[in-house]
Design a protein around this ligand. Structure first.
Ligand code: NOJ
Length: 749
């Protein structure tokens, strides 16, 4: 009887928005409080517990027949890996049988699209197109929300400087400035016009914190990091996500300087909920609370739960440490009931904000689900985002020719497409894509290219090799096929499960015999383009040094084939720029553009005498951060600074002229870097501080403006205060971190 009354009240809230039965206006917090007051301790702890569904999982699942019973008893707050209208409705119906009818939250890793699959996040980051990135997250949210999902475990905003780490594919690369803007774009995209809208899902900034700095790039490994690096490099994208209103944060598997993130009060309480005033809730990573036992940080799950909850970890994903121990810990006085209340309140507030107390089934709607996942507009945008994510690494003339090899003519008589990725559909999606039983909606490279060619052209195909074995028996056919062609396209790279969670690699070369295949086909002397499909920066020096044209195509998602064909044949002029440095050898890792200055810097490769360099390797990466070519060329000139001296209150207007000096319309990502010449803490050689992606028609020029102010000149000093110091700054404008076209100094007084 009571719960009926409660629910009538809750439903009347939905009808009259903020008016509840008492007639007073209540905030979500007050509403959460009124629910909290009705809850038993067991029910509260239940809200702090999250299980995975059985049908799909992304960690060592705890099989337990009691799950459904616990939902009915109101002892579960959330489930992950439950999607689709049918599944979510079924489980929500069970929750509605519980005493207080508190709705479940359904979470899922919607990382780069739901049905319409977008490029992997690292690929999207290469677009440097914040609107496109936001739009991709928006569409992912729209589709997922219609399938009953309330919460995505994205964006991953971990900075990554080590391409051996498999999860680089899931982030925005190595730079904190670019990473912060992309974090903001993704949070905004997922959460749309705000929680409560039917197409908004809760974002989850992860993995808090410094997971991307796992030693040696080995997933789940320890992180040993100075506070300075933490604050300057690894925390900014999290701060940006928090400021953008991310509803939730996920902590991480790693320990940070000896304290596991799940029990790290400095991260979760002092920084996130304290300094940054984060209002949402923190979920653990999968089993990470229980894993503190293996860390040797907690003797058992009881201690793990104690340290985690007291450190500000609100929800336990799949380790059951909370479920099995929190009630006892409260009864024994080791955990304050106020700590539990605070965590539960944070969770309930989000359920209210999502409108789930008004209608627990509002996200699960079959017609909407069907409509959203098959919306052709989504695919159009997917194709456009994929085009923008492709990076043109090289475009020389083929041997004996004068013009750059790309773009190709649609009238080439015979094109040969060779390689293990050429006809594959599933490989286009990449890691962290939602599994669908059919692959009809994915465009292969073969299909994309075939559609482009004129009627009088023909497309030949040969697989040549597999991705990761040593069988070379297909080489002869591949070579014979290449010999019949006027242009050969070879598509090689990484399998879609070679980058991602638990996919660290010690060697990041092409696997199997793929580079041998490239060599064998190259030996035919035919003009040759290589497509690299990958989730991380790979090393392919021979290919890079010999093959005239290379496109880095990442894993571009369901529209990959069309987008690649658009670029190959010039319907889209490539504009992507690398969001990570590409090493020339694993021995060079970590290599990143914004490294600190040393006392013995090497200026170039002949400068090795007692320098911070290897005696056997270039100081340069193979391809630098910010690098990417276009079919056109851009000229940078006439750099002007409105003043050469400012104080903390001042601004400098920076302007310069950018001209498209080539034959094609195209976009350039102009990058502004600063270098603080002298400071009380050693500063990086350069830092990205602004950029613009600009479209110019062939022959067109534009004067572009940037603004320099205190914010861009600030850094964390020895006391971790965000501050400026007077002195000289070098301002650099360039086409990549290694291709600075204009420079000027100014002074902060
Ligand atoms: C573990 C991963 O680290 C995390 O990113 C993911 O969201 C969870 N599993 C849930 O699948």
């Amino acid at each position: 009887m009571f719960s009926k009354i409660f629910y009538l009240c809750a439903f009347s809230v939905s009808i009259f928005q903020v008016v509840v039965c008492t007639g007073q206006k209540k905030t979500f917090k007050e509403k959460a409080d009124s629910v909290l007051r009705l809850m038993t301790l067991e029910e509260k702890v239940g809200q702090m517990n999250q299980y995975s569904g059985n049908w799909a999982h992304t960690g060592p699942i705890t099989e337990d027949d009691n799950k459904l019973k616990e939902i009915k008893e109101g002892k579960l707050g959330s489930m992950l890996n439950i999607n689709g209208v049918q599944h979510t409705t079924e489980l929500q119906q069970l929750a509605m049988q519980s005493r207080l009818k508190i709705p479940l939250l359904f979470g899922q890793d919607v990382i780069h699209g739901y049905r319409t699959t977008f490029p992997i996040p690292l690929g999207e980051a290469a677009s440097w197109d914040l609107k496109a990135i936001e739009q991709s997250a928006r569409i992912a949210a729209t589709e997922a929300a219609a399938a009953g999902i309330h919460w995505t475990f994205a964006p991953m905003v971990d900075i990554a400087r080590d391409p051996r780490w498999g999860r680089v594919m899931e982030g925005a690369g190595e730079d904190p400035y670019l990473g912060s803007l992309i974090a903001t774009a993704r949070v905004k995209g997922f959460q749309g016009k705000g929680l409560g809208n039917i197409d908004a899902v809760m974002a989850c900034a992860k993995h808090f914190a410094a997971y991307g700095a796992a030693i040696g790039g080995r997933d789940y490994n320890s992180v040993d990091m100075s506070d300075h690096t933490l604050w300057e490099i690894y925390l900014p994208p999290f701060k940006a996500a928090c400021e953008a209103g991310a509803a939730t944060f996920m902590n991480s598997f790693n320990d940070l300087n000896g304290i596991p993130a799940s029990a790290n009060a400095y991260l979760q309480k002092t920084i996130l909920k304290g300094k940054w005033k984060f209002k949402g809730f923190v979920v653990s990573d999968w089993g990470s609370i229980g894993e503190m036992v293996k860390h040797g940080f907690a003797k058992n799950n009881y201690e793990a739960a104690l340290t985690a909850v007291n450190a500000g970890n609100d929800m336990d994903m799949e380790s059951r440490a909370y479920k099995d121990n929190l009630v006892k810990l409260v009864k024994e006085g080791k955990v304050q009931v106020s700590t539990i209340n605070e965590a539960v309140k944070r969770i309930l507030v989000k359920k209210f904000e999502m409108g789930l107390f008004d209608d627990p089934y509002r996200f699960s709607n079959e017609q909407r689900e069907q409509r959203e996942i098959s919306d052709p507009e989504h695919r159009k945008i997917g194709r456009s985002v994929a085009q923008k994510s492709i990076v043109l690494l090289k475009n020389d003339p083929a041997s004996g020719q004068q013009n750059n090899l790309l773009p190709l003519s649609k009238n080439i008589k015979t094109v040969a497409l060779i390689g293990p990725f050429a006809k594959s559909k599933l490989e286009m999606l990449g890691f962290w894509s939602t599994g669908w039983p059919d692959s009809d909606y994915i465009v292969s490279q073969y299909d994309g290219i075939l559609k482009k060619l004129s009627k009088s052209s023909q497309l030949l195909y040969s697989r040549g090799a597999n991705i990761d074995d040593t069988i070379t028996s297909g080489f002869a056919e591949a070579v014979a096929t290449a010999r019949q062609a006027d242009v050969v396209i070879v598509s090689v790279g990484e399998k879609s499960d070679m980058s991602g969670e638990a996919k660290s690699r010690s060697s990041i070369r092409f696997t199997g015999v793929q580079e041998e295949l490239v060599k064998a086909v190259y030996a035919t002397g035919k003009p040759m383009v290589v497509l690299v499909n990958a989730g991380r920066p790979l090393i392919f020096n021979w290919t890079a040094d010999n093959v005239p044209a290379i496109l880095y195509t990442w894993w571009l998602g369901s529209e990959a084939g069309d987008a690649i064909a658009d670029v190959l044949f010039g319907d889209y002029n490539p504009s992507g720029k690398l969001p990570m440095s590409f090493p020339r050898s694993e021995g060079q890792i970590p290599i990143y553009y914004n490294h600190l200055k040393t006392g013995r810097p090497a200026e170039n490769d002949s400068d090795r005498f007692y320098r911070s360099a290897y005696i056997d390797l270039s100081i340069h990466p193979k391809f630098p951060f910010g690098y990417g070519l276009s079919y056109t060329t851009f000229k940078y000139e006439d750099l002007q600074l409105s003043t050469s001296k400012i104080n903390n209150a001042g601004t400098i207007d920076v302007s310069f002229k950018l001209s498209n000096t080539g034959k094609y319309d195209g976009e350039e990502v102009v990058q502004l870097y600063l270098h603080d010449e002298f400071a009380s803490v050693v500063r990086p050689v350069k830092e990205l501080k602004d950029f613009k992606k600009v479209f110019l028609k062939a022959g067109e020029s534009k004067v572009l403006h940037f603004k320099i102010d205190k914010q861009k000149l600030s850094f964390y000093n020895q006391h971790l205060e965000w501050t400026t110091e007077p002195g000289t700054f070098e301002l650099m404008i360039g086409s990549s971190s290694d291709d600075i076209r204009l420079k000027k100094n100014f002074e902060l007084i």
